[in-house]
Design a protein around this ligand. Sequence first.
Ligand code: SF4
Ligand code: SF4
Length: 178
Amino acid sequence: MAKTNKDLKRIREDILNYIEPNIYNCYQCGKCTASCPMVDVFEYKPNQIIRLVLLDKIDRILDSNSIFLCLSCEICSSRCPQEVHIATIMNFIRNESWKIGEFKIKNIARFYNIFLRITAVFGRSFEPGLIMGMNVLSGKFFNDADAAVKILGKRKIKMLPEFIKGRKQVGKVIKKYL
Ligand code: SF4
Ligand code: SF4
């Protein structure tokens, strides 16, 4: 599925009207960018993302790596003197990219997919399943096998999954988004 002009318009309008109407208060001081731990690998820095939203260039944001690599650490939002919630904007655009099938970084998309499927079954994460799923889908079957042996040896993760009470309800919520 590819993004349409209607998608781009809706994403921008939702940000301006509901997600962060405060965005107009940004005066491009760059404090968010100076605080961001991922800035060296972002194609667009946090202050540039804000500018691109205001300039109606949502397509440029969706085509870049920034929203996919953002850690949601919220440092940018907490340091902004104008109380612009940049992390919320990043999260929102990333969620929208998932919905419209424009998720650019394949490994991150695979990770989300496997994580959600596992959580839908057990009601919580199951790390060995997540690791094996990632290795199979990426075609790197023995990726991080040495680290896995050490972690399992120290009993940091469990070999068998745990099922939680209410997992069916958790599954129902998750399946809406798969
Ligand atoms: S810190 Fe706030 S005001 Fe400064 S550039 Fe970032 S979003 Fe804009
Ligand atoms: S939430 Fe994202 S954009 Fe903001 S500081 Fe953290 S990594 Fe950077």
